[in-house]
Structures are given as structure tokens and as C-alpha cells.
Write a protein that binds this ligand. Sequence first.
Ligand code: FMN
Length: 316
Amino acid sequence: MIVVVNFSSRKDGNCYRISGVIKKHFKDKKVKIYNFYENTYSSCGHCDYECFKKRCKVNDGINEIFKSIVQSEETIFVLPNYCDYPNSNYFLFNERSCGFFNGNKDLLNRYLSINKKFIVVSNSCHTNFYDALKYQVNENTKPEILYFNSRKFNQNPIDGTLMSNSDAEALVHDFLDSKYLEEESAMAIVFYKDLVLTTVEEVYDRPTLSLPKGHIEKGESVLDAAIRECFEETNEVITKDNYVNKLNPFEITFINHHNKLVKKIIYPLIFRVDKIGELAAKEDRIKKVKYLPIGEFLLKCTYDNVKTMIMEAISK
Ligand SMILES: Cc1cc2nc3c(=O)[nH]c(=O)nc-3n(C[C@H](O)[C@H](O)[C@H](O)COP(=O)(O)O)c2cc1C
């Protein structure tokens, strides 16, 4: 059985319609959809925390969702973004898990090991969703999340019409089939004294602080690609003599400009220069290029994994 949990509070919105596409996708299987808008589940309270002693005394049917997930072959959560976070139904659900698991570690482990996927509408503050959803899977598993930017599909997010766009519907099918285009990219972490070379990139129309990086061409080495991309994006000339060390590669997934799902492996390389060249933002999507104090970069960088990487790079 496939379980779909639609956390949206409205009927006939994007989450509801995405749930319909999921049902269509798994047409040969039994699909059970739980719609939060149809039920009044309670948040924790009006009790004496009985869940820590014996059984949660609230009897509103929410445990049935947990029970179905544990028995499912795969579960898909469909969540709306309200003010940059999952909507409150998701937090309510998470909170009520206490009453279901009731300290039963085996049951919790079974729940966490169920294959899960997450579809988020719409598209701001990915890290808040990542942080909230990672508790639905095992510690060593990255939650697989598809973030929809309605405007990218020429839809107003409030209209609930995202699935009327055939590219958007196709993405749901690709995501459920784990059909990704695979790409590789080299990243240059360039230090000058206690400064790091940064870029401000336009990502989904938002300025995003990052590091120089780009596609590894066929037959090109990671080192050559990092050196070339650094020059192409920032005009900074680095050479093999500036190369210090490499860090572990990491993976990101996103929707490209052709509305296809992409899984990209990024190989970060560390360089150290003893003078700063003439910097220039040379590509259209790059808005600024600057050496920033490392502390300032750590405060301002959007991506947690890039922050962790910089900390690691300093120690090399
Ligand atoms: C109270 C509220 C806050 C929202 N905040 C955001 C937001 O911060 N970022 C975003 O991308 N979309 C935001 N949206 C848009 C919703 O995510 C979008 O309308 C989504 O389709 C809602 O799910 P539904 O269509 O299933 O109701 C917000 C919508 C509401 C109602």
C-alpha cells in the first residue's frame, strides 16, 4: 500500500491535486490518501501527558495515519509552505507521534525506515523544510524533497492550479520514479588570509551567497574545472600551485531551467592565494564577486552544507 499524507488545510488546492497525481502514478497499487483538511486533529494538550506513561488519551484518529505509514510500502507527504515553514498541521502531526510511539523504539525504527518522499509547495526557505523533515527518516538518510516554485510554472501559488501545467505534473512522476538527470560540478574554495572568495548568484530570483562552481566538462579533471569555473565566474586567476586539498563531495537536487529534476554531485577543492586579482562578475546570473571575512560568510551563507564545508576547509 502507498500512503499519501496531504497536510494542506484547503480542499482542491495544490497539495490536494498533487495527491491526485500521486494516486494516478500508482494506479496499479492501493493508494490511501489522508487529507488534513477533512479532519480535526488536535495538537498535544488538554491532558496530563499520559503518552509518557501509558497511552495518549486523545482519540481523534491521528494514530491511524501513523499505523498506515508503518504498514506502507512507501509514504509520500505533501506539504504547503506557510510563511517559510511547513504549515502547522505538519508540526501537529509530528507532535502527536509521541502518543503513537509511546517509547516503543522498534516501532519508531520501523516507521523511520519506511521509504518516504516529500513534496513541498511552494518554494521559500528550503532549509526549514529539510530540518523539519529529516526527523521522518533514519539518521543517515537525507530526506528526498521536491520543492515546487509555482511561479516557475507560470502559476500563482494561491490559485492551486500548479498541476494544470503538464511540466509540473511530469516532475511529480519523475520524482516518484526517482528519475534524475545526473551532473557533476567542481567548486573552488579560495582563501586569501582570513577571507574567502564568494559570489552572489541569482537563484529562483533571489540573491544567494555562494562560492564559485560549475559543470565539469567531458574529459576535464575536477581540478581543471574548478580553476576554469573560478576564472569564468569571478575573473580570479588560480593555478595548480594554489591548490591545497580536497573535501568530500556532496549531492544536491534541484529543478533546472528546462523543468527537469537534476541530481548534482559537487566536488569542493581548496585553494590559497597570496594576492587578490582583479575581480569581476562575468556571468549574467552572478551579481557580485567579493572576498568576504570567513566569519561574515558563515553568518550570511544560505546553505548549511556549504557552511559546514568552509569550517572543514579552514581546518585543512
Ligand atoms: C498563510 C500562508 C502563508 C504562505 N506563505 C508562503 C511562503 O512563505 N512561501 C511560499 O513559497 N508560499 C507561501 N504560501 C503559498 C502556499 O504555499 C501555496 O498557496 C500552496 O499552494 C498552499 O497549498 P494548497 O494549495 O494545498 O492550499 C503561503 C500560503 C498561505 C495561505
